[in-house]
Design a protein around this ligand. Sequence first.
Ligand SMILES: C[S@@+](CC[C@H](N)C(=O)[O-])C[C@H]1O[C@@H](n2cnc3c(N)ncnc32)[C@H](O)[C@@H]1O
Length: 311
Amino acid sequence: MASTIFESESGTLRSRRSNARPRRKFATGSRLREATRSFAPAYRWLCSHPIVRNRIAPWLDGVPIHDFSPTGRGLGPEDGLKRLEREGRIEGATVLIMGVGRGPEVGSYWLDRGASHVVGVDLFAYPNDWSVLRTEAAVRGTNADFALTDGSRLAVRDASVDLVFSQSVLEHVLDLDSFLAESARVLGENGRFYAYFGPLWRSYGGPHVGALAYDHLLVGDDAYLEAARQVGGGWEHWLEEGLFNRLRFDDYIDKLSQHFEIERLGVVASTAGQEYRARDPHTWGRLKRDNDERDLLTNLVSVIAKPRATR
Ligand SMILES: C[S@@+](CC[C@H](N)C(=O)[O-])C[C@H]1O[C@@H](n2cnc3c(N)ncnc32)[C@H](O)[C@@H]1O
């Protein structure tokens, strides 16, 4: 692995590998919380069994899903990280975080797990947050850097990264084909792509405004934006700037499959959506005229994938 991943001079990132990194001890929490946590994989396994899943979520019939959760329980971003950690893919790795934002995941996901080199890119710059993270990483022996960059056009060397990660990003990426192509390009042969994303546009609260349920599919864009402004919370700016790609579940799978072999596909169903369907069958009928239940009821998606060998 090259010690510098950026092609340009401006990004002189040095990769330092340290095998003797002290690992953070997680606070254990209450016994109940621990017991619940240890039950989560069994819950996920049970719900993911095709017979059980087809009963709970027939709208996903035919989709090659490995992990399914009707509620989100047992299938959060941490679950994919644990898998990658078990496979020895994080300690000492060079990790590219696409759409890092303010970087809430940098410490607990990557520094705690001993990544040696963390690079975060985003369409927007957060210099203060990034500076704090850089210092925190340096104290812990990890090289970290951040750049204002569109993930669809990376100035990063081919095959220079071990892991490409994104959390809550894919549903915002407008040119997802290029974003995925770039992710595959920069990954080494044994590299992995891990994305945890959603809510998907057509699901309950798809534009990230839960209070407005499925209104974005029922009223025009202008009326919806006005309602989102009334609710507040910041997502109205994302709507104003058009930063939702509005793709369907099957579009994501098709696009991902063009660039990657999917190793692990996880789906979290929308509990609120299922409650809405039971509560208001009339409106549900309207929604179903233009939308597939697969899109209306799929909330979050988790994908671990490897680049296609034919690159
Ligand atoms: C909802 S935020 C998530 C931020 C962070 N990952 C987190 O979990 O808090 C989505 C981020 O993706 C970024 N983003 C969207 N499209 C992008 C692109 N094409 N390239 C890089 N970043 C992008 C946005 O600017 C935003 O910071």
